[in-house]
Ligand binder design. Structure first.
Ligand SMILES: [Fe+2]
Ligand SMILES: [Fe+2]
Length: 234
């Protein structure tokens, strides 16, 4: 049962299927994971009690209909050792997102050129935002893989562990802020009327990328980092 005092990360860890519902209401479960559900919902202009009742009702319905196969295998991830979890993140998220960034980048350029005159405002803003996101992510993945994850794996960074985690969390927040601007610029990926297949595919790929980033950041911020920090301090 979800209650108002839970943080958003507590909700997702206990009920991974809540992700779908949180997403529909634009509740930020990745960078905002440490916020209390009640506060986050109130900030979005929703009534916390009604929202939490709805969340519990929808999760119960999903369970009754047998649709409760978790979208994120939280229990499995929580049980992994730090090294195993880092490898999982690289193989599952970094690899997938690098491919999606490349596909989106090609589509972005194609659509920018084909629809520049008709959709200048949206496409110019989206192009700038996507370029920023692309840069942030590719540098961030390189920093994780080549530097900080190696330190974490080999436990070489004891005196700096907090700074490293903080640095990555700040970069997640920066990426999260760009994503919020992309969602605003596309009105949460609502297509303009009468657009071509490439425009549709661009929105679809970008949305797929963003959904993966949300789960990726949640996994690092709320599962990997607490595990790592806990391990060092003990
Ligand atoms: Fe990562
Ligand atoms: Fe990261």
């Amino acid at each position: 049962m979800i209650t108002k005092n839970m943080t958003i990360a507590d909700v997702v860890k206990a009920y991974p299927n809540a992700i779908e519902i949180l997403k529909d209401f634009h509740v930020d479960y990745c960078c905002g994971g440490n916020d209390k559900l009640e506060d986050a919902v109130r900030e979005l202009g929703l009534d916390p009690k009604s929202f939490i009742d709805l969340l519990n009702k929808k999760l119960k319905e999903k369970a009754e209909q047998g649709q409760d196969e978790p979208v994120l295998k939280v229990e499995q991830l929580m049980a992994m050792e730090v090294n195993e979890l880092i490898d999982y993140i690289i193989v599952t998220h970094h690899k997938k997102e690098r491919n999606l960034i490349q596909e989106t980048d090609e589509l972005m350029n194609k659509v920018l050129l084909a629809h520049y005159e008709r959709h200048t405002k949206q496409l110019v803003s989206l192009h700038a935002l996507f370029s920023d996101l692309r840069k942030e992510l590719l540098e961030h993945f390189a920093k994780e893989e080549k530097l900080i994850f190696s330190y974490m794996k080999n436990d070489l960074s004891q005196e700096y562990e907090y700074e490293y985690v903080k640095e990555l969390e700040n970069e997640h927040e920066a990426a999260g802020n760009i994503i919020k601007e992309i969602e605003a610029c596309t009105n949460h990926f609502t297509l303009p009327a009468n657009v071509c297949n490439s425009y549709q595919l661009l929105f679809q790929k970008m949305q797929e990328l963003i959904e993966d980033i949300y789960i990726h950041i949640f996994t690092e911020n709320s599962i990997l980092f607490p595990k790592y920090e806990g391990g060092i301090k003990e």
